[in-house]
Ligand binder design. Structure first.
Ligand SMILES: Cc1ncc(COP(=O)(O)O)c(C=O)c1O
Length: 401
């Protein structure tokens, strides 16, 4: 007979967890930040190169729009896919900035940050055993989500010899009849690489030839040091098979507002919006009104941020190249340097550890972004020039011993 006594919880939590919980990964940056904060709590000084968010404040006119929206009653549920005024502003932005004429406001899904677009795309498309090709090194959440849903992650290595742009011939060699989805990310986290027009043409041809769906992560689209941003979405045949992911976190220094979006093919609209209804209901309404102000208002906040990142990039790249055993090519986009540290004799993990505990500098091991990231470190230069100078001096000291 079953007892009515309260029962002790099993010592093995795995007993309660779904198998897929074990497969979920995380982002190394959050773990390194946690360690850095522990050291700081013990009185140690740490310079932060690990965090992937602009250190700038959101521009005042955007904050004002958010506050006004709160005062004007934007405190209720809204449409699951986003407020019409924001979806219209996003469609205009996609057409203005990358000539995506098929960007119909109806097929734009606004989400709390851009991450849910990744999550929903993979949930909506990937069956157990389906193959997904993703960049290695790459944003760790891609692999984590693929594993979570029981898909098979197929990494495409990005090599320093090719400026960390994927090689289309190698891409094609990885396609099998089970390949469903290809994830590309340009400008790229963690390497700062940018796919050029020819790369995008060739990738689009491969996607068409093999009937692949492409998730194009364009979250750093406005963070380019030369040239203009191009999207695979405008290549022939890509209108029905591309999901464009972008958002406000990086461009408008709005990480904490949680605002992102996806442009999806019409056939994916319903499954994606149902995922939104099932998980979030909708994105915060006042945040969305701040997003309208960001897109439609003056853009000098973006220009000024990029000008500052350009100055920092020069300092970081020059200083890294002056360190023994370190080689760093200038990133073309985003705000990350990805130096080759193989000449130091350390593994990425060992060097990142040494820099943190001996030098007081928090960096990320390239291997935290995939196997092909071994031999590299990621440094985010979302930090003031003075802090960057100090952190780089500390790094040099550790490496010169
Ligand atoms: C490549 C890439 N995609 C997506 C995201 C998610 O951005 P959000 O903060 O808008 O969810 C990030 C954030 O670090 C990123 O680096």
């Amino acid at each position: 007979m079953l007892s009515n006594e309260p029962r002790e919880l099993s010592k093995d939590p795995g007993r309660y967890l779904a198998d897929r919980s074990e497969r979920l990964g995380t982002e190394g940056a959050f773990e390194v930040l946690r360690q850095a904060r522990l050291l700081e709590a013990q009185g140690k000084s740490i310079i932060h190169f690990e965090i992937g968010e602009p250190d700038f404040d959101t521009a005042p006119h955007i904050i004002e729009a958010g506050v006004k929206a709160l005062q004007n009653g934007y405190t209720h549920y809204g449409p699951a896919n986003g407020l019409p005024e924001l979806r219209q502003a996003i469609a205009r932005e996609l057409s203005r900035s990358r000539q995506i004429e098929w960007a119909d406001p109806e097929n734009i899904i606004v989400t709390p940050g851009a991450k849910p677009i990744l999550f929903y795309t993979i949930l909506a498309l990937v069956n157990e055993g389906d193959e997904v090709i993703y960049p290695d090194p790459g944003f760790p959440i891609y692999r984590s989500m693929i594993d979570y849903v029981g898909g098979k992650g197929v990494p495409i290595p990005l090599r320093v010899e090719r400026e960390f742009r994927l090689d289309p011939a190698e891409l094609e060699s990885l396609v099998t009849p089970r390949t469903k989805l290809l994830i590309i990310n340009s400008p790229h986290n963690p390497t700062g690489s940018v796919l050029d027009a020819r790369d995008l043409d060739q990738i689009a041809e491969i996607a068409n030839r093999h009937d692949l769906i492409v998730l194009s992560d364009e979250i750093y689209s406005r963070m380019l040091y030369s040239g203009t941003h191009e999207s695979i979405a405008v290549r022939p045949g890509m209108a029905g098979r591309t999901i464009v992911l972008d958002g406000f976190s990086k461009t408008y220094a709005m990480t904490g507002w949680r605002l992102g979006y996806g442009l999806v093919p019409e056939w994916l609209n319903k499954p994606m919006s149902r995922l939104m209804v099932n998980s979030n209901s909708c994105t915060a309404s006042f945040t969305q009104m701040a997003g309208v102000a960001a897109l439609e208002g003056p853009q000098d906040c973006v220009d000024n941020m990029l000008a500052e990142f350009t100055r920092r990039r020069e300092l970081v790249v020059n200083s890294l190249n002056a360190m023994p055993g370190v080689n760093c090519a200038p990133p073309v986009g985003a705000f990350y340097a990805f130096p080759d540290i193989r000449g130091t004799g350390y593994t990425s993990q060992d060097l990142a550890h040494k820099l943190m505990y001996e030098g007081g500098v928090a960096t990320l091991s390239g291997a935290a972004f995939g196997e092909a990231g071994e031999g590299f470190l990621r440094l985010s230069y979302a930090n003031s020039l003075e802090n960057l100078q100090e952190g780089l001096a500390r790094m040099k000291k550790v490496l010169e011993v």
